[in-house]
Design a protein around this ligand. Structure first.
Ligand SMILES: [Zn+2]
Length: 288
């Protein structure tokens, strides 16, 4: 993995922050998680809604034939300041099973924040791993000259998925990235996938740009990290995408239901590899 001197300098503060977060989680946390829902309607699955639906609907988009992702040096100076990227660490310490419309004015609802997956390797909850990677991605992007807005920096929050999208909207983000891990009913699935908005009554204005961002991130991660490439998947049922008025996507960073990948996802080194590669992909998108 490639770490910069800047990371070495800041490693201790990050370690302290993560330790503090872990302590807060032990003391007792709040509530929340992401929307779920499915094409079949309201889902009460205890698994990550996003992941379980993805397993049911592998509508993969053919990988584009593009040149391999290259390491981006950073953004050129911008006349109007640096672009903003919104990072959402998926889920929260306590699921929020209240109803959250899957899109503006929709009568279809999903959980405001579903529970998420759990590492079969050591029991670490998905919301914790998502936040650890989110904080690394924040640092990696800021080092590349990107302004970052976080939907959360601790686990003890209650933020419905519709609200998470609106945080990115209100920030005028060039992109909102929702970080998740997969959890399915087998112990062998592996790899990284990116979920982009499919066309519906809400997403039409953001589909093209979201897909472009998704390709850049998926290509960069698969080229740099060496994980299995599960490709891009269009989704029309994700609250976090349907409420977004700015380009948006979900990354499913790996499977917490597969012991070897669950172990990797829990390590600082692999989290940094993912964060650096995603940051490179995001900068490629912002520069294109
Ligand atoms: Zn999730």
């Amino acid at each position: 993995m490639k770490r910069t001197a800047a990371h070495s300098r800041t490693r201790m503060p990050i370690a302290l922050i993560l330790t503090a977060i872990a302590l807060m989680a032990l003391i007792g946390c709040g509530a929340q998680t992401q929307t779920s829902g499915s094409r079949q309607g309201f889902s009460a699955s205890s698994l990550d809604d996003v992941a379980s639906q993805q397993a049911q609907a592998p509508a993969s988009i053919a990988a584009p034939s593009q040149e391999p992702a290259t390491v981006a040096a950073g953004l050129p100076a911008q006349a109007n300041g640096s672009p903003t990227v919104c990072i959402d660490a998926g889920h929260q310490a306590e699921a929020d099973l209240s109803a959250d419309p899957i899109g503006p004015r929709s009568s279809t609802t999903k959980y405001a924040t579903a529970g998420g997956a759990t590492s079969v390797y050591d029991g670490t909850p998905e919301y914790q791993i998502n936040l650890e990677v989110a904080l690394k991605l924040q640092q990696a992007l800021e080092e590349r000259g990107v302004t970052v807005v976080m939907t959360r920096t601790v686990n003890d929050v209650t933020i419905p998925n519709s609200r998470r999208a609106q945080i990115g909207n209100e920030a005028g983000a060039a992109l909102t990235v929702h970080l998740h891990c997969d959890g399915v009913d087998n112990s062998t699935s592996t790899g990284f996938s990116t979920l982009v908005p499919g066309q519906n009554q809400w997403t039409e204005p953001i589909c093209e740009e979201s897909l472009r961002a998704g390709r850049a991130i998926q290509d960069a991660v698969c080229a740099q990290v060496g994980c299995a490439d599960r490709g891009l998947v269009e989704r029309t049922d994700l609250t976090g995408l349907n409420w977004s008025t700015v380009p948006a996507l979900y990354v499913e960073m790996g499977f917490l239901s597969t012991p070897s990948e669950a172990q990797l996802l829990g390590t600082d080194e692999y989290q940094w590899q993912l964060a650096e590669a995603m940051a490179d992909g995001i900068v490629i998108y912002l520069n294109s």
